[in-house]
Design a protein around this ligand. Structure first.
Ligand code: ATP
Ligand code: MG
Length: 570
């Protein structure tokens, strides 16, 4: 490709709302342009990067035995009502009407469509298992589209779905997809960890893993063990049960709890200062509602409630903190002074709370706290469990030897064991060898292709621009012709361009009538890992080889440079 004709111009500045490196650099280097919030055009450079990722994904999906399909983006709303997700998906679902006022949605994901397809196509166990995949534009009206391609409202995803006759089959399909994901991400040059994840709203029975690109701008926190292979989302990470046996105090021997006047001491910090104590001595009481239940969760003052664990313990899908009014109604007091003593609702006590000897808690009365509260004596410890987030530096829940390190991560891929959630609702059944009807057992597997491009860009850049891993680079080599007016230079650059192109190498030739400085700057910004500079030494048959990542330059014969590029292809 000749850069003079390339539909991409570099920008000196990115719009101020572009805060993350990938967003800024992909805009500035001419990979993408924004059309509306969270909606982007992929310019030729951007399209090429996506194409590289798609090709890797296709190769690995085919190697894992998955078959490519392309499902409709426009789907009857009826189908989503049938699965029960029309309402559950909420405002993220993009809805529209056709000319006959029939309702449609634009697919944010394709469980409904694929399950309906299989229902019609397969009826016997003999034709299973089947795994299909597609690479397609998805639509989600995200509340906060952000960071360019990282969270778009229209984005490119590879989604795959497996159909098996039993759980063992699902396990096999899942492991195969998991391994394919590992190969895809390794080939894309991504630094990532695979973590156990909550299956969230899509999930059915069984496991789920997320593939997280390590990045400071990631929205998720992952806990990784320093010693073993344990890695989990913070939402999901268990707390090590610990070797300590809970204190077996004889509560009766301890003095009764004492009520103290604590006006304007609502937060843990205010209590620490006001009473000259530490957060470890305080019990935090948080009142939640979920489904039709109201309950309290107790954690130590220095710990954080894990709402997912609490919801699971209460058997509800989601919980939210009780607001001001609800708190007054249920706990009889406003926040800051709620406490477990005399509280008439189910109480989930975190293990660390059950281990406390004497604690400070809210008194259930405005401006008062209780000191010397003994868990088990002064309030019930009927529901003790792991209800908090793990903290950095704590012992690993799996091996018990290592400590947990926290990283921020960008979710680039997600694999779920769905079970029969959709096949049951949508009637995707098969007949087994005995002629009996069963629901197909499903798994689903997603990779954000456009998000992956941005995540790789997040991990591979410097202050001058992008630095693509060669597998994703839009071109393998960038030839920089220093002076288009110099006949010898131009001829040498053209000859090299022709030779490499003939050898099947993707080459970008900077044949623009621009100053050398501009060409170097743009080349560094675009981030093709190898640049070959055809300049004043061209008369002597020499060029400069520039390695973008290593930031090195090397003078060599043109023929050697060509041979090196051709060799590097394999
Ligand atoms: P998130 O928690 O980031 O919203 P999700 O759990 O909704 O992600 P899935 O439904 O599992 O995501 O989708 C599969 C993959 O699609 C994700 O792992 C991610 O790589 C990609 N993806 C999801 N939402 C977006 C988006 N708004 N923009 C770009 N990629 C996305
Ligand atoms: Mg989402």
């Amino acid at each position: 490709m000749r850069q003079n004709n390339l539909l991409a111009s570099t920008l000196r500045e990115a719009p101020s709302e572009a805060e993350t490196a990938s967003h800024r650099l992909l805009l500035r280097a001419g990979y993408i342009r924004q059309l509306a919030a969270g909606i982007y055009t992929y310019l030729p450079l951007g399209r090429r990067v996506l194409r590289k990722i798609e090709n890797i994904v296709r190769e690995e999906m085919e190697a894992a035995g998955a078959q490519e399909v392309l499902l409709p983006a426009m789907q009857p709303a009826e189908l989503w009502r049938e699965s029960g997700r029309y309402e559950v998906y909420g405002k993220e679902l993009v809805k529209l009407q056709d000319r006959h006022e029939r309702e449609f949605v634009l697919g944010p994901t394709h469980e409904e469509v694929i399950t309906t397809l299989l229902r019609g196509e397969i009826s016997s166990y003999r034709r299973l298992p089947v795994t299909v995949y597609q690479i397609q534009t998805k639509f989600r009206d995200e509340r906060r589209p952000r960071s360019g391609l990282l969270r778009g409202r229209e984005f490119l995803m590879k989604d795959a779905y497996s159909f098996d006759i039993d759980l063992e089959g699902l396990d096999r399909s899942y492991v195969q997809m998991y391994a394919a994901y590992q190969r895809i991400l390794a080939r894309c040059g991504l630094n990532y960890v695979a973590v156990q994840a909550d299956s969230g709203a899509i999930g059915g029975e069984g496991g789920s893993h997320e593939f997280m690109a390590i990045s400071d701008i990631g929205e998720d926190i992952v806990a990784v063990c320093s010693e073993c292979d344990y890695a989990a989302n913070l939402e999901q990470a268990e707390v090590h049960a610990g070797e300590r046996t809970p204190l077996q105090l004889n509560g009766d021997a301890l003095p009764a709890a004492e009520k103290i006047h604590t006006p304007a001491m609502r937060t843990i910090q205010e209590l620490e200062q006001g009473l000259n104590i530490t957060a470890e001595q305080v019990i935090k009481t948080l009142v939640y509602t979920g489904g039709d239940k109201t309950f309290a969760v107790l954690v130590r003052g220095d710990h954080e409630v894990n709402e997912i664990k609490a919801a699971r313990a209460m058997g509800v899908s989601e919980v939210s903190l009780a607001g001001y009014e609800a708190l007054k109604d249920t706990a009889g007091v406003e926040s800051g002074f709620v406490g477990p003593v005399g509280l008439s609702m189910p109480i989930l006590a975190d293990r660390a709370v059950a281990e406390m000897a004497q604690a400070v808690t809210g008194a259930g009365e405005k401006d008062y706290h209780l000191r010397g509260v003994v868990p088990g004596r002064d309030f019930s410890l009927d529901h003790v469990g792991d209800f908090r987030n793990a903290a950095e530096g704590e012992c690993c829940p799996q091996c018990g030897r290592g400590v947990l390190h926290f990283h921020q991560g960008i979710e680039v891929g997600h694999v779920f064991k769905l079970g029969t959630k959709y096949s049951e609702k949508l009637g995707a059944d098969y007949l087994n060898a005995a002629g009996r009807k069963h629901h197909m057992i499903m798994g689903c597997y997603g990779i954000g292709i456009s998000r992956l491009a941005a995540a790789v860009a997040e991990q591979n850049h410097d202050e001058q621009g992008l630095i693509w891993p060669s597998a994703l680079s839009p071109y393998r080599v960038h030839i920089l012709l220093m002076s288009v007016k110099d006949k010898e230079q131009a001829a040498a650059a053209e000859a090299l361009y022709e030779q490499l192109t003939q050898s099947g190498i993707d080459v970008l030739l900077d044949d623009r009538d621009e100053r050398a400085g501009v060409k170097f700057k743009d080349s560094a910004l675009i981030g093709i890992p190898i640049a070959i500079v055809v300049g004043k030494d061209a008369v002597a048959g020499k060029v400069e080889w520039m390695d973008r990542r290593e930031n090195t330059k090397e003078l060599m014969n043109i023929s050697d440079a060509a041979a090196r590029v051709i060799q590097s292809r394999s």
